[in-house]
Design a protein around this ligand. Sequence first.
Ligand code: FES
Length: 150
Amino acid sequence: MFKGAVAAWVASLGYPIYRYVQARKMAAPVPLRHVTLEGVAATLERGAGMVFQAGEHLGLLVHHADGEWVAFSALCTHLQCPVSYRQDLGQIVCPCHQGVFDPRTGTNVSGPPPKPLPRFSVELRGDDVFVDFEGAFAQAGETIRTASVP
Ligand code: FES
């Protein structure tokens, strides 16, 4: 009788903990694999760049003057400050400690950044720009309308 009461007491403590852990696992965000930037291929001029937010990713898209499109993580590899494309300099720059990156390859070229910006795959789909964060198309993604992109 006493053992049964102890078992019931242990179960009454353990079950809520089990449910809590299961709920946390189910609520864990799934990393975004790709994003479609609606209308951006038609509106981002040659020689210009833009920063976009997609899920946990802060990205930088550059449309070079020769028509090439490239995308990188927009978080500096030094201390994670947001970088931007300086059209007048033709460079990706970090304002925090004057880090500079090559806008074609993302290679760190001067300042304290210790490594290149992670590069994302880019594919034009009509007027949209499809950016793949992991190099593999498909999987869950989201669509960002041009109007909502800063
Ligand atoms: S955080 Fe970018 S250079 Fe320091």
